[in-house]
Write a protein that binds this ligand. Structure first.
Ligand SMILES: NC(=O)C1=CN([C@@H]2O[C@H](COP(=O)(O)OP(=O)(O)OC[C@H]3O[C@@H](n4cnc5c(N)ncnc54)[C@H](O)[C@@H]3O)[C@@H](O)[C@H]2O)[C@@H](O)CC1
Ligand SMILES: Nc1ncnc2c1ncn2[C@@H]1O[C@H](COP(=O)(O)OP(=O)(O)O)[C@@H](O)[C@H]1O
Ligand SMILES: [K+]
Length: 480
């Protein structure tokens, strides 16, 4: 599991550790890790040209001390001080003592072989200030190494409210920060490199599954298993207008680990023609017999209202997607109040906007606003609906009403294709039916869906939604 801690958690842990260590120890640990990473990125440290962009805080201090270490190994190091009268005194003195120089020449940004971004770290708030903002737009050939966080990225949320540096490598200290894992911030970090500084940390505020976590979550039938014990997932999807959504959701469900897939809706003929192993039932969820989890809404069109009502009345986990979400937004969070079994909502940002409007009574916010604030949006929805929320998009974020958040690390932008979300809904529903709690079902489904998308699109070509479902067994097998 990859763990990310909030700024507040990091500050508390740092304070506790600093109280036990001689002054400056942590900063030296950070600077040593930073300099070591820079040295690996340079073809030769001796004779290379390094620029340190240093802000007024400890982030600038880390960068200046790292610059001093590189200067002692023979680099020509310049420091560009964004607040010259407030630069970290110890760091600056060390750099000068090591033979580094201060420059005011912004063209050094393009000339240097390597740039260290020490403008702001976890103390940064709002977009970059005017004196630093131009560096975000300047082109460079060689690497930019961000110190702790690419400056301009909100470390807690991944929001990028203004200009922000783009790094090739981000060296973060002690723990990952949520903003490094969530777009748009994540797209500024480049490769992430964690340097331990000895912090004792509380449970992370945000986590991200890795391969070994996925392996532990996926259901595997035991010797005594039968199809019912493995779980039956019910799919209420499709309509005369959108029969394909039913086929795609069933395709995802068949490869998600449930023992059987039961389809209800008007697209039974299309579903069975494509997937003869599907059980089909006339009518809606209420008359369908026992299932362990329902998926409601993909392509349901006008049928969403009835299907949603019937599924929510069943005391089993329910995943609501697509037209089901539009209907739920109309009803508002009250529609879930009586439920004792968990509910999983899987909106894209457009559906999230409608759900928020349904909870607040306000007009729906622009979807782009929600895409720029994924963590906050997923958390708000989870709290308002008291449901697990999987917010889809460039970074899929899953928020649980308990406050736990998972960020999905897999995926590719080739997944942005019609019907791709239908496959995901069936897959996640199948994992719910197999008995995974909603947070695990949602994060395992997003992970597998992302891997399947990568496999299907390898080495980089367009894919159709059914290709994602077809690649799911490969994703289970190879997991990377
Ligand atoms: N506290 C510690 O023990 C350690 C801290 N470390 C470093 O210290 C950093 C945090 O240092 P600070 O708390 O001093 O905070 P920062 O250095 O991140 O930023 C604070 C300074 O930046 C200015 N600032 C804030 N937002 C800005 C913006 N958008 N544009 C331009 N300037 C802005 C503020 O006025 C303030 O002077 C960490 O990210 C890490 O790099 C590491 O050395 C490890 C140990
Ligand atoms: N830019 C992107 N990068 C990575 N994944 C994306 C991107 N845009 C969309 N996706 C993923 O593609 C899927 C699209 O789902 P959805 O929007 O519901 O499409 P549809 O309704 O057509 O099925 C989701 O899993 C989402 O996370
Ligand atoms: K930085």
């Amino acid at each position: 599991m990859r763990h990310a801690h909030s700024v507040e958690q990091v500050r508390t842990a740092e304070a506790a550790l600093m109280a036990r260590l001689p002054d400056g120890t942590l900063m030296q640990r950070a600077a040593a890790g930073l300099a070591a990473t820079c040295a690996r990125l340079l073809p030769r440290v001796y004779g290379s040209r390094v620029l340190v962009l240093a802000g007024s805080g400890d982030n600038g201090g880390d960068a200046l001390y790292a610059g001093a270490r590189l200067a002692r190994r023979g680099s020509t190091v310049h420091a560009l001080l964004l607040a010259p009268d407030r630069a970290h005194p110890g760091g600056l003195a060390d750099l000068l003592a090591a033979g580094g120089r201060v420059t005011a020449d912004p063209t050094e940004f393009t000339r240097a072989d390597l740039v260290l971004d020490g403008i702001v770290g976890i103390g940064g708030r709002g977009g970059l200030r005017p004196e630093a903002a131009p560096y975000a737009a300047m082109e460079r050939g060689g690497p930019v190494v961000a110190v702790d966080v690419p400056s301009g990225v909100d470390p807690d949320t991944g929001e990028v409210p203004g200009a922000a540096l783009r790094a090739d490598v981000t060296v973060c200290f002690g723990t990952y920060k949520p903003g490094l894992l969530i777009d748009p911030g994540a797209s500024h970090t480049g490769a992430l490199h964690l340097v331990g500084i000895g912090l004792t940390l509380p449970p992370a505020s945000v986590t991200s599954l890795q391969d070994e976590d996925l392996a532990a979550l996926l259901p595997v039938p035991g010797t005594e298993s039968d199809k019912y014990r493995r779980g039956v997932v019910g799919i209420a999807a499709g309509s005369a207008r959108y029969p394909g959504a039913a086929v795609l959701s069933v395709a995802g469900a068949l490869r998600g680990g449930a023992g059987a897939v039961r389809y209800v809706g008007t697209a039974a003929e299309e579903v069975v023609r494509r997937f003869p192993e599907t059980l089909v039932t006339e009518g809606g969820p209420a008359g369908a017999g026992r299932v362990q989890a329902w998926v409601v809404g993909p392509g349901s069109g006008d049928g969403a209202e009835q299907a949603l009502r019937e599924a929510l009345a069943a005391e089993v986990p329910v995943l609501v997607d697509a037209d089901g979400l539009t209907e739920l937004a109309r009803l508002g969070p009250d529609a879930l109040r009586e439920r004792t079994a968990p509910t999983l909502l899987t909106p894209h940002t457009g559906e999230a906007a409608r759900l928020l409007a349904g909870a607040t009574g306000d007009a729906p916010p622009p979807a782009e606003e929600l895409a720029a604030a994924r963590l906050v949006t997923a958390r708000r929805l989870a709290a308002a609906y008291r449901a697990t929320v999987l917010l889809k998009g460039s970074t899929t974020v899953i928020a649980d009403p308990s406050g736990e958040v998972r960020v999905n690390p897999t995926g590719t932008s080739w997944l942005a294709t019609a019907g791709s979300g239908d496959v995901l809904s069936g897959l996640a529903g199948s994992l719910l039916a197999a008995g995974l709690p909603p947070l695990d079902a949602a994060s395992a489904a997003a992970y597998l869906h992302g891997l399947a998308g990568r496999h299907a699109a390898e080495p980089g070509h367009p894919i159709a939604a059914l290709d994602i479902a077809t690649a799911l067994p490969t994703a289970w097998r190879h997991r990377r």
